[in-house]
Every structure is written in structure tokens, then in C-alpha cells.
Write a protein that binds this ligand. Structure first.
Ligand code: GAL
Length: 792
């Protein structure tokens, strides 16, 4: 048993060795034991954990539960439990390695964690969203004596979050092996003081541990060709150098070209002792208080969305392919930026943004000293906010995608004078570590004299949330400062639900007097016509129009790109996930996705809503999102019901028509020519399920890459059946795990980890992981219509 385990570790080392010969990074996610109990004896070396649950990381223990209102996080926190859990991992190290140094790195543990190696206490970590490292070297056993790492995770103080946090070791864990001389990863600073296609300059500053060292810095193109090399003696444990590159490819969302920058360290015998690799994109940008944002010299509106860190049915447990799926879905909508609301993301998410071409508004805090929830970060703020901020900047400052640092979202200190000093201190902290990116904060107070964060005069860009009616006032209130619509919209929708809209927007809840909507829907849904929002927000169309027409606003971050767990405004429990997303929790677009696509991309867009499964006598509003056309025309069972166009103030075409069974067709015309058409047919009775598997598109090369299995309900002619939902059972063979299932419905109370799910408005999604990626896996989907077998 022991032997086998060692072998598997060695295998992983070979697979995961990304940093050359001397530094080895071992993926340390496999082979953990877990228990949702608390006892200090669990830290002991000799404790027998064999009856605990065997799990792989990343792991979120909360997501495995059914939703329940009894949990103290409340439905705002996702109606799931917190608690205290322990993780243990037993591992062996070869005697050969006894002269090496070992470090364990955690990408994120929510929330408080304490660590022991072989029974010896290593310390505590406070911030649930930051990565951290602990050195193990002194306490390790080599050869036949095994090692045990024990981690106690405490997420029992509740409520501590305005959204679902997840609980546990929910990001990657790595074990790093280094020689005594090495590069200090968090001390490397790569900047690009001059960027243009003719000649660009890359400055590199790095620090080392060890003596008598020589460093080599190389820049390689995407094909691996070395473009430039510099060699330097390491003086006082530091390296400073500068490299000129000519005829370069710029990095941008349209062309995310990444150079490789390799720093190699040699000892005085010219033997390599360490190596670090970075992706470097060359881009420059500017914010202007009158003309907005410019990227590589081109005036560019920031088209962004706010995203929380959960991955729907996976909970907070990070999975690179699931994150990639979210980002690609957003990018295909036309997004060029994301805001990591309201906390540091997984480092791998930033790598994805570098690769895919997404700018990142990287955010540190949702609160400072003044709390939003009793047990949130306010209790640790005084002691930790500066060091946490430093760790955050050091971890992420070499990511090309990161273009702004936010020190906080809707911070309460903006309303009193304590905000001034705190803002100045934090801004100074950020700039000392990274003078190349603007520091911002997302504010709500639109009057300068009442806004103490703005009065600190320490921010480079001011972000404002909501209140579009104040946008013009901002120019005079906050003179000479670039401005950004840091958060907008908060419109509410359930995918596939349509209620004849009122002509005006409805606010659910109507005002601050109500906690919840008073006359909502009994099934806790909200119509997907874009006409309902929280009272502090507005419709998607309105929010975008107001930003679009103002050049001085650098851009928009819509709340929110994708539904997330928790904050289910406008409803009380059993609603347990948000209605704000342009895309639902399962990753399925709501109709308004196509409004953005029609406005933010040049793809040919023609999208018609609603479905055509209604009753005789119903009067239906037909909406159409389109672009690049003179007009669109609606046909009901072949008969034209007239042309319609969008306008500067209404971003969809529309008709109000009586339902008649059959089909509606919308045709899009440009220069008198038909360009596209879409048909929606009345569905017959349910006769089949259609299964679509996506994998390649979202694959990242990790063994944990998921298969995303979308099931839809069809009649015998292939039309979508929207009003006859059925139960699905996902059964996987021994080579597959069904990690979770979802249907995007915000009040479905079955655990998202279950492999049984009812469809919602004709759809459900399953997330499947293979155990051995080189072997075929079989998935069987059972319904009352029969079984379908899918080979993965
Ligand atoms: C904002 C806040 C977000 C989210 C949103 C919901 O005020 O910054 O985190 O709560 O409201 O509408």
C-alpha cells in the first residue's frame, strides 16, 4: 500500500514538474482524509484516520449538503452549513531528498486554518481567499518513517459572508522541493515600462536565497524560440536587468499573445539550482477622465462583468476547466474584463485570463473595519489588512491580465473620516509593491464632501456602483479623476421563465423598506424579460445604455456575469442562489446574454424570446435581440406581423401578439437582403432527451478537466419541450465520477452534488470527471423515457 502510494507521488512529480530540474512542484491534491468534526487529537502524528472519508482536493464540504434554512449563514450565504473540519494527509519522502527544502502551498482555505506537520504546530492562516506557504523542512521524516500533515479548518463563526463562501481546502495544494539556493517567487517583479510594437522594454527584478549565484533571464516567443538572453551575477541576493524586444506582438483581449520569461539560477559551478517561468504579455493602458480607457493606444470601452468565486454545482472547490468554461462563456458574449468580486481569486483563474485575453479588476476586500456581517473580515482587519494586501499584490503583480487593484467594495468607511487614512495607507501599500497599475475602490457615495475614500485623494480611478442618474454629476464632484461604472444593473431573472412584462421596470424589492419582494411569484422565479431589478439597480439595457453614451466612463462591470450561490434577492428561503446572472448557475445563458452579444461583439446575432409553448388566448410579447441589420420582421405561421427595430434607447425589437400554435419566425435584413432567421415552434409531447457533451473546448490539460453534459428535452421533431420537466439520473461507470448536477433553478433544494436532478424549463447539466483520463468512461442517463448511454 505504502509503496504504491509512493509510486503515485513520484509519477505526479514527473507530470507536474514545471519549474525545471531543481525546483519540483508536486500537485498535492490527492490522498487526503477528511472529517467534519473537531478534536485536537486529530493533529497528533499517531492518530488513526483510516475511518475518515478519503477525498481529493480542492474540496468544499458545504456543497455536499441539501439546502436548509436552519444553517446560520442564511439564504444570503447559500443556505448551507459551515462548521469545523479536519484534513490529514500521509506522505513519504525519499532519503535522497533529506538535503532539500520543502514548502507546502495552499491556494486558499476557507476560513481559519491551522496546520501541523508530524504533530508540530506550523501556525494559523486568517484570510480565506489568499494563498499561503509554510516551510516544512525542519520537521520532516525521510526514508521509512512517514509524514503526516494535519489541517484544522474553522468556518464555524457564521454569518461571515454576504454570499456563499464554501468551506475547506477549496483550492489547489502543492508541495515544493527546492535546493538551498532558490528564487523567491513572490519577490520577482516584471514590468514593461515601454511597450510598442517596434521596441518594448521588459524590466526584471528578482531576489534569491543562497550565495555565489548567477542568473540567466531569457524571453521566448510562443514557439519557444529564445528572443533575448541576459546573464547577471546575483549581487546582495538580488537581480536587476532589462531586456529590449523589437517587432513585438502586443497582448490584448483580441490577441492574448504571451511571451515566456524564464529566470534560471546557477551556482558557482554553473549547475542550475532553480528556475521560474512566467507568462508575460506586452500591453499598455491609460485611464483618462474625459476619454475613458485606452488599451495599446486604442480607445476601448471596458466591457466587464462581476464574478464571484463559486463554480455553481462545484461550490467553491476550484476546477480549472469549470473556471475556463465560465470565462469562455463570458468572452463569447463580448466581455473583455472581469471583476473578481470581492476577493482575491484562485491564482489559476488569473492564468486563464492571461491566456484567454481578459482584463482583471482584482479586488482585495468587501469590508474594512466596519462590518457587513457580524463575523466577517472586520474582526481581523486591524491586525491583517496591510500584510494581506501585500501578499495579494505580490502573488498577482506579474499577471498580465491584472490591470487594476481594488482595495474595497462599497466600504462603509467611505461615509466617515476614518476612510481617509485607511485609503491612503492601503493605496501606499499597493503602490510600493506595484507602481504600474491604478488603485481603485468601488464606491456608492456620489457627493465628494460625503465620500471620505475619495477625499483621501489617493486613488487613481474611482469606481461607482449603481446610481446611473448621478453619472453626469460625478464629473463635477470628482474632478480630474478617471471614472468607471464599477458595478451596475442588479437585474433579476430566472432562465426560461416568461411573464408578460409591464412597460416599466419593476423593482423587487421595491425599496429599502422591504427586505423581500412583496408580491413575487409563488415558485420563487423571476421573469427573464429584462424588466425586473433590485431597487438599487436597473435593467440590463438601461445600465448599458447609460455607460455606453458617456465617453468619460471607462467602462462597465455588470452585476453579475453568472448566477452564484447565495444572495438570492428578491426572495427569502427557499431561494438560495442569485438571480443576477446573465447566465444561470448551471452555465446556461438567459436571453439577455444575446443583448450583450449583439452590442459587444460583431458576431451575427439574432435571438428571439420567448419559447412558443403557450395556451390559446394568451397574448405574448415577442422580443428579439439582433445586430448588424436595418430591421427584423416577425412571421406567425407564415404571416408577417410587421417589422421592428431597436433604437438608441431600447436595445431589442418587440411585438405583442396573440398566441397561435405553430411557429414564429424572425428574419433579419441588411441592405434589403435576408441575413439570418430564427424559428420557434410549438413543441409536441416530450419524446426524447438530447445530450450534448462539452470537454475539449474547456480542457486545460489537467487530469481534473470536466465533461459538461447538457441534457435538453425534445419532442419527436427536435423542438425544445419547456413545460414538462422530468427527473434525470446520472449513473457513471467506475472510471467516472458525477461531481454535481444543476438546472439553474434558484429554489431547487436538492444538494447540487447529487447525481439526480429534475430538469428546469427543459434543461439540466451534469459535471463528470474521469478517474483515468486515458480510459473511456461510460455515463448512463436514466429518465422515464428510457436510458441513454454516453461514452466520454
Ligand atoms: C452591490 C454589491 C454586490 C451585490 C450587489 C447585489 O451593492 O456590491 O456585492 O451585493 O449589490 O445587487
Amino acid at each position: 500500500m505504502l509503496k504504491k502510494y509512493l509510486l503515485s507521488i513520484l509519477f505526479v512529480v514527473v507530470q507536474q514538474m514545471t519549474y525545471g530540474q531543481s525546483r519540483e512542484i508536486v500537485n498535492f491534491n490527492q490522498g487526503w482524509q477528511f472529517i467534519l468534526e473537531d478534536d485536537l487529537s486529530f493533529r497528533n502524528y499517531a492518530y488513526n484516520d483510516k475511518n475518515w472519508k478519503s477525498i481529493a482536493l480542492p474540496h468544499d464540504w458545504s456543497i455536499g449538503f441539501d439546502f436548509d434554512e436552519k444553517y446560520p449563514a442564511g439564504n444570503a450565504g447559500g443556505a448551507l452549513p459551515g462548521g469545523i473540519g479536519w484534513y490529514r494527509k500521509t506522505f513519504d519522502l525519499p532519503t535522497l531528498d533529506s538535503n532539500k527544502q520543502f514548502f507546502i502551498q495552499f491556494g486558499g482555505i476557507y476560513r481559519y486554518s491551522e496546520l501541523w506537520i508530524n504533530g508540530i504546530y506550523l501556525g494559523k492562516n486568517i484570510n480565506g481567499y489568499l494563498s499561503f506557504e509554510k516551510e516544512l523542512t525542519k520537521h520532516l521524516n525521510f526514508g521509512t518513517k512517514t509524514n503526516v500533515i494535519a489541517v484544522r479548518v474553522d468556518n464555524s463563526l457564521q454569518p461571515n459572508s454576504r454570499w456563499y463562501s464554501g468551506s475547506g481546502i477549496y483550492r489547489d495544494v502543492k508541495l515544493e522541493k527546492r535546493s538551498t539556493s532558490y528564487l523567491l517567487k513572490n519577490e520577482t517583479v516584471i514590468t514593461t515600462p515601454q511597450v510598442n510594437t517596434k521596441e518594448s522594454i521588459v524590466n526584471i527584478s528578482a531576489k534569491t536565497a543562497g550565495k555565489d549565484l548567477l542568473a540567466k533571464v531569457e524571453i521566448l516567443d510562443v514557439k519557444g524560440k529564445v528572443l533575448a538572453t541576459k546573464e547577471k551575477n546575483v549581487v546582495n541576493n538580488s537581480i536587476q536587468t532589462s531586456i529590449k524586444l523589437s517587432d513585438i506582438n502586443l497582448w490584448s483581449p483580441n490577441n492574448p499573445y504571451l511571451y515566456k520569461l524564464k529566470i534560471s539560477l546557477f551556482n558557482n559551478k554553473k549547475v542550475i539550482v532553480d528556475e521560474l517561468n512566467y507568462n508575460v504579455g506586452l500591453r499598455e493602458f491609460e485611464f483618462d477622465d474625459k476619454f475613458g480607457f485606452t488599451l495599446n493606444g486604442i480607445s476601448t470601452k471596458i466591457l466587464g462583468v462581476c464574478l464571484h468565486h463559486d463554480l455553481g454545482a462545484l461550490g467553491a472547490a476550484f476546477n480549472k476547466s469549470a473556471a475556463k468554461r465560465q470565462l469562455i462563456i463570458m468572452k463569447e458574449m463580448g466581455v473583455n474584463a472581469i471583476r473578481t468580486a470581492h476577493n482575491p481569486p484562485a491564482e489559476e483563474l488569473l492564468d486563464l485570463c492571461d491566456e484567454l485575453g481578459l482584463l482583471v479588476y482584482n479586488e482585495a476586500y468587501d469590508m474594512w473595519k466596519k462590518r457587513k456581517n457580524k463575523f466577517d473580515y472586520n474582526i481581523d482587519f486591524d491586525e491583517h489588512h496591510i500584510s494581506d494586501l501585500e501578499n495579494f499584490i505580490k502573488r498577482d503583480r506579474n499577471k498580465t491580465s491584472v490591470f487594476m487593484w481594488s482595495i474595497g467594495n462599497e466600504i462603509r468607511e467611505q461615509f466617515d473620516s476614518t476612510g481617509i487614512k485607511l485609503t491612503q495607507n492601503m493605496s501606499r501599500t499597493v503602490k510600493a509593491l506595484d507602481p504600474t497599475r491604478p488603485v481603485t475602490s468601488a464606491l456608492t457615495e456620489t457627493e465628494y464632501v460625503k465620500n471620505f475614500i475619495a477625499q483621501a485623494e489617493a486613488l487613481d480611478v474611482l469606481g461607482f456602483n449603481y446610481k446611473y442618474f448621478d453619472y453626469d454629476k460625478l464629473k463635477t464632484q470628482f474632478k480630474n479623476t478617471p471614472l468607471l461604472a464599477a458595478e451596475t444593473t442588479s437585474a433579476l431573472q430566472t432562465r426560461g421563465v416568461y411573464q408578460t412584462p409591464h412597460d416599466t421596470i419593476q423593482y423587487w424589492p421595491a425599496s429599502s423598506k422591504d427586505k423581500y419582494v412583496v408580491n413575487g411569484n409563488s415558485d420563487y422565479t423571476v421573469t427573464a424579460y429584462d424588466n425586473v431589478s433590485a431597487y438599487w439597480g436597473t435593467s440590463h439595457e438601461r445600465a448599458w445604455i447609460e455607460v455606453k453614451k458617456r465617453d468619460f466612463l471607462s467602462g462597465i462591470f455588470v452585476w453579475s456575469g453568472i448566477d452564484f450561490l447565495g444572495e438570492p434577492v428578491p426572495y427569502a428561503y427557499p431561494a438560495r442562489s442569485s438571480y443576477y446572472g446573465i447566465v444561470d448557475l448551471a452555465g446556461l445563458p438567459k436571453d439577455v446574454y444575446y443583448m450583450y452579444q449583439s452590442e459587444w461583439t460583431n458576431k451575427e446575432v439574432l435571438h428571439v424570446l420567448p419559447h412558443w409553448n403557450w395556451k390559446k388566448g394568451d397574448t405574448i410579447d415577442v422580443w428579439c435581440y439582433y445586430n448588424n441589420a436595418d430591421y427584423v420582421e416577425l412571421f406567425l405561421n407564415g404571416k408577417s406581423l410587421g417589422k421592428s427595430t431597436k433604437t438608441a434607447d431600447v436595445l431589442h425589437a418587440s411585438w405583442k401578439i396573440p398566441f397561435e400554435s405553430g411557429e414564429i419566425k424572425v428574419v433579419k435584413y441588411r441592405n434589403g437582403k435576408e441575413i439570418q432567421q430564427v424559428v420557434r415552434k410549438t413543441a409536441g409531447s416530450l419524446s426524447d432527451i438530447q445530450v450534448e457533451v462539452e470537454h475539449e473546448k474547456y480542457a486545460t490539460g489537467d487530469a481534473t478537466d470536466l465533461y459538461f453534459v447538457t441534457v435538453s428535452l425534445k419532442d419527436d421533431k427536435g423542438n425544445l419541450v419547456t413545460e414538462d420537466d422530468i427527473k434525470l439520473e446520472f449513473h457513471a461507470d467506475e472510471n467516472c465520477d458525477v461531481i454535481g448536477t444543476d438546472n439553474g433553478y434558484q429554489a431547487d433544494l436538492n444538494s447540487l452534488s447529487k447525481s439526480k436532478r429534475k430538469t428546469f424549463k427543459g434543461y439540466a447539466v451534469g459535471y463528470v470527471m474521469k478517474k483515468d483520463i486515458n480510459k473511456v468512461g461510460n455515463l448512463i442517463i436514466k429518465t422515464k423515457l428510457g436510458t441513454k448511454e454516453i461514452r466520454l
